[in-house]
Design a binder for this molecule. Structure first.
Ligand SMILES: Nc1ncnc2c1ncn2[C@@H]1O[C@H](COP(=O)(O)OS(=O)(=O)O)[C@@H](OP(=O)(O)O)[C@H]1O
Ligand SMILES: Nc1ncnc2c1ncn2[C@@H]1O[C@H](COP(=O)(O)OP(=O)(O)O)[C@@H](O)[C@H]1O
Length: 207
């Protein structure tokens, strides 16, 4: 019996079928691919391309996209530092459940603060949190501006926009970094290929 947060007198319930059983069934190892980067850096593009590639290889993956989760689970949260921290905490916990279910969970959020990402890493079993840094220059993201948000932020119509008047703290020790080569961004397939290569090397695509 223990007390956790605001809950007292609670018990941990073990189930007879465990993560190893599920992984055997799925012929893969559960993990979290956490994609972080500026708005417009290509997080969703990579998440979707990677999800499709894994699916075509018969691997079960699920995408948790920051924008989408803010339509439901996180619709009570805004973009203050506290709300972003709670956003990342909740998604980290959900991602942990998906990984425990044996899935390759692809989380795609700006997640601008290092300590929030590190907290997510700390709740996942060793080596199963794979941080992917979309290291694209602000100039490129701003030039893309598919939603017109940078324009609004520059005009002062959105306050606290990441990269403009709110910080983005790049990872110090990420597992994968996606960046331009000779000033050219790799194609979505090439970006996904880089992550698939990592997952293959580390044995996540077999039981
Ligand atoms: N102030 C501010 N700063 C950054 N982004 C903003 C902001 N306001 C709205 N948006 C839109 O919200 C999307 C980011 O949501 P996230 O949940 O990924 O953000 S965070 O991780 O909590 O920082 C982000 O989506 P992406 O462009 O896909 O990154 C934006 O569309
Ligand atoms: N590898 C890429 N090459 C060319 N354009 C890209 C690439 N990745 C993303 N884009 C384009 O950049 C824009 C932003 O990508 P998106 O995935 O929505 O970024 P984010 O989810 O980080 O905001 C979109 O218009 C998308 O088509």
């Amino acid at each position: 019996m223990s007390a956790v947060g605001k809950s007292a007198n609670i018990f941990w319930q073990e189930c007879p079928v465990g993560k190893l059983d599920r992984q055997k069934l799925l012929k893969q190892r559960g993990c979290v691919v956490w994609i972080t980067g500026l708005s417009g850096s290509g997080k969703s593009t990579l998440a979707c391309t990677l999800g499709r590639e894994l699916h075509s290889r018969g691997k079960l993956a699920y995408v948790l996209d920051g924008d989408n989760l803010r339509h439901g689970l996180n619709k009570d949260l805004g973009f203050s530092a506290e709300d972003r921290a709670e956003n990342i905490r909740r998604v980290g916990e959900v991602a942990k459940l998906f990984a425990d279910a044996g899935l390759i969970c692809i989380a795609s959020l700006i997640s601008p603060y290092r300590k929030d990402r590190d907290s997510c890493r700390s709740i996942l079993p060793d080596l199963s949190f794979i941080e992917v840094f979309m290291n694209m220059p602000l100039d490129l993201c701003e030039a893309r501006d598919p939603k017109g948000l940078y324009k609004l932020a520059r005009a002062g119509k959105i306050k606290g926009f990441t990269g403009i008047d709110d910080p983005y703290e790049p990872p110090l020790n990420c597992e994968i970094e996606i960046q331009q080569e000779n000033g050219v961004c790799p194609s979505p397939c090439a970006m996904a290929g880089q992550v698939v290569g990592y997952l293959e090397d580390k044995g996540f695509l077999r039981e």
